[in-house]
Design a protein around this ligand. Structure first.
Ligand code: ADP
Ligand code: MG
Length: 728
């Protein structure tokens, strides 16, 4: 092992777990300590201001200036007591992260001193000069203004010395420039549409909420080893590296004992998250070595998404304290599983009824089936769009790689729900609706209550029903869940609205409510059938079958993104008030540009490493072999020397061939980039990067990985997979 590599690896092995100081008390006592939640609002706000704020949170009523000032005053008092000196509007631009610009509370007092100030105006709106956030051309630099506006539905919180206020980010002309604004609109749309349908069953339902419970997968790598891998550092993934002889074959990591150092990291992460009101509950080892998962208790979707973004930021921060780097990239290592983020999603009423849960009475079960079928229909109609909502340059490595759902969206229902749908589809409505005591009753076969715990699970399905929710499993580990959640909720909102219109039409023509619902459901069950697939999503046969069923089977990232601009998508987003065509077009520009940049960076990093790490080292080793061959000739008679040098000569030739290929391909890749860079359309440029540049990364890698196997370990500078993946 090279001395440099040896030193880093040895240091990594010697690292001890950092002591974690627990805050006083039990989690239930320090939970949300750093959040301006209702309990603090009650304590720090005048009664009237509290009532108005609560009304604004619950019902979206706008806050007047006076209330905003009162809220700001209370919030400032609490924050300063908590040691905060600064505040910031915290928002989610169209990057995969969050943004913040801190301002101190202080202002000049006019008497030569300072005073802490914070007003309703500052709380409600800021005008960051944010011309360097992606906007897809909506905001040119000469018209750089963007606004952040307070989202009272997600409570403010404190990180270090800063009061963070969750906000949306919009342009001067009102278009959203972030993930939160359209997510909030989609949630409102789905809430309204779902409540409308719910009232067929219970006229008392006022509101419906969408819920999200995310499961976050990640890798931990020792920071010393990470620093010695420029590819990890600059692109988040290893662009080269031969598989370790042992990786996940023995299936000995999943749910295994958590290593001490990792456990210390998890413990600190949990404490910090709990203090921020994030209800983390689950932690475990994942399938791949050094891969782990964390999951909270599910929450209202907007809040859950804020919490996921916060947790990712916390993970990055806390991991460093423990001598780790967290890898949130979807595919950091070739040959072993990548990381995803399962999005468990459901709808529920203000009365606490889960709409994706089977009930006890026939009515409850009809309601359950109604929602399941509407979700299926939405996912069917917009399967291409939903795939676009989770695709990225990074996530493309995972999808279809036999470790994650394929690049085709389908839905697994399990045998029980499938049986109910089949019965409904094939039976006359008059037989399913029978005369009961209080009128018409749907004779829906009892859905076994076991459903929740049943083991009828399918890991290969991208969108699986799991007893009381759907699990959207194709979301990327690094992604902002909002991209997937806003598309899903908007699509379901549109579908529920269409469904209700149809049922109302049937009723207007004289049908009884349940009969009208059943009639409409039957049509929808038939129509959405192609999206249902309970078989093996990893199989080749499914790809052919999916194509026959007319599902979106596109695999090229830039072309998958086109789905956002399909007529059906634009209509859906405009109908639901979630996004306009202009916003969608702008976002697609950002997506294509981001794709290009990611591949461009990877190509540059790989080219650099090939030329200044790999080729020089391989040449050095090759020279030592050549030297040996010559010396053998000095020592032994020619025929004996030749015989004894056969192996070395083979290796010398082998290395020469790999080097030639690497050099030629690297030059070719530079040329391909030059050609692509001249293209002005972002879409065409991304296509060129996908078709021409991207495939070369793997071709070059193949030869580098071969060299890794033959070149003397002593002089190989880059940490190898077996070191990156098995450090405790
Ligand atoms: P698994 O690994 O078996 O899928 P986990 O317990 O790791 O399950 O995670 C399941 C996630 O789903 C948790 O965040 C949980 O709170 C969430 N969840 C459970 N029920 C619902 C529901 N009705 N709606 C949304 N999320 C839910
Ligand atoms: Mg899960």
């Amino acid at each position: 092992m090279s001395t440099l590599r040896f030193r880093v690896v040895e240091a990594a092995f010697k690292k001890k777990a950092v002591e974690v100081c627990s805050p006083a008390g039990k989690p239930s006592e320090y939970f949300a300590r750093k959040v301006f939640n209702r309990e603090k609002m009650l304590r720090y706000l005048p009664e009237k201001a509290y009532a108005q704020l609560a009304d604004s949170i619950d019902n979206g009523t706008p806050l007047d200036r006076g209330t905003a000032d009162a809220v700001a005053l209370g919030m400032k008092k609490w924050a300063i007591e908590m040691g905060a000196t600064h505040y910031t509007h915290w928002f989610h631009p169209l990057t995969e992260g969050t943004a913040e610009k801190h301002d101190s509370f202080v202002d000049l007092d006019g008497k030569g001193g300072l005073v802490e100030k914070f007003s309703g105006k500052l709380l409600i709106q800021q005008e960051p000069d944010a011309s360097s956030f992606p906007s897809g051309g909506i905001r040119n630099t000469f018209e750089a203004r963007g606004y952040t506006a307070w989202d009272p539905s997600s409570p403010a919180f404190i990180i270090d010395d800063t009061l963070c206020i969750p906000t949306i980010f919009i342009s001067y002309t009102g278009e959203s420039l972030d993930y939160k604004a359209p997510l909030l609109r989609a949630l409102e749309a789905v809430g309204k549409a779902a409540a409308g349908v719910c009232r067929y069953f219970d006229p008392g339902v006022k509101k419906v909420y969408a819920y999200l419970g995310w499961e976050q997968e990640y890798f931990l790598v020792d920071e010393g080893l990470y620093a010695a891998r420029p590819d990890l550092l600059l692109t988040g993934r290893t662009l080269m590296g031969h598989e370790s002889s042992k990786n996940q074959q023995l299936e000995d990591h999943y749910f295994g004992a958590i290593p001490t150092r990792v456990q210390a990291f998890m413990k600190e992460l949990e404490i910090e998250a709990l203090e921020l009101g994030i209800p983390l509950k689950t932690r475990h080892n994942e399938v791949a070595p050094n891969q782990f998962e964390v999951a909270p208790i599910f929450e209202e979707c907007n809040l859950a998404n804020d919490h996921n973004l916060l947790v990712m930021a916390l993970m990055r921060k806390v991991s460093r304290k423990h001598g780790f780097r967290v890898l949130l990239h979807e595919k950091p290592f070739k040959g072993i599983n990548g990381s995803g983020k399962h999005n468990n999603w459901s709808l529920g009423t203000d009365g606490g009824v889960g709409l994706m849960s089977p009930g006890k009475s026939p009515e409850e079960n009809l309601r359950f089936i109604t929602f399941v079928v509407n979700v299926l229909k939405a996912v069917y109609r917009h399967n291409g769009l939903l795939k676009a909502s989770i695709i990225s340059a990074n996530n493309a490595h995972r999808l279809g790689a036999n470790e994650a759902p394929p690049a085709i969206l389908s839905s697994f229902l399990g045998s029980q729900v499938t049986a109910v749908l089949e019965r409904l589809e094939n039976t006359d409505v008059n037989e399913v609706v029978v005369e009961g005591k209080q009128g018409m009753k749907p004779d829906i076969a009892r859905i076994p209550e076991l459903l929740l715990d049943n083991t009828d699970r399918n890991r290969t399905s991208a969108f699986a029903f799991t007893g009381n929710r759907f699990e959207f499993r194709a979301v990327g580990s690094e992604a902002n869940c909002a991209a997937a959640m806003l598309a899903l909720n908007a699509a379901v909102a549109e579908q529920l609205t269409l469904f209700k219109a149809e049922v109302d039409r049937e009723m207007a023509s004289g049908k009884e409510t349940f009969a009208a619902i059943l009639e409409t459901l039957r049509k929808d069950i038939k129509e959405s059938k192609p999206i249902r697939f309970d078989g093996n999503g990893y199989s080749e046969a499914w790809k052919a079958e999916a194509l026959r069923r007319g599902l979106d089977c596109e695999t090229s990232v830039p072309l998958i993104i086109d789905a956002y601009l399909k007529d059906s998508s634009v209509r859906m987003f405009e109908r639901t008030g979630v996004m306009t065509r202009k916003e969608l077009e702008a976002r697609n520009e950002v997506k294509w540009e981001t794709y290009t940049k990611k591949i461009q960076i990877e190509a540059r990093v790989l080219g650099d490493l090939a030329m200044n790490h790999i080729i020089p080292i391989a040449t050095r080793y090759q020279s030592s072999l050549i030297d040996n061959v010559y010396k053998m000739r000095d020592l032994f008679p020619a025929d004996k020397a030749a015989r004894m040098s056969v192996r070395n000569l083979e290796i010398i030739e082998d290395i020469a061939e790999h080097i030639c290929f690497i050099k030629e391909k690297t030059d070719e890749m530079v040329e391909a980039r030059k050609v692509a860079n001249k293209i002005t359309s972002e879409r065409e440029k991304a296509i060129a990067y996908h078709d021409k540049v991207f495939p070369m990364l793997d071709e070059i890698r193949y030869h580098i990985d071969k060299l890794e196997l033959v070149v003397d370990d002593e002089i190989w500078t880059l940490p190898k997979y077996r070191e990156l993946l098995f450090i405790r």
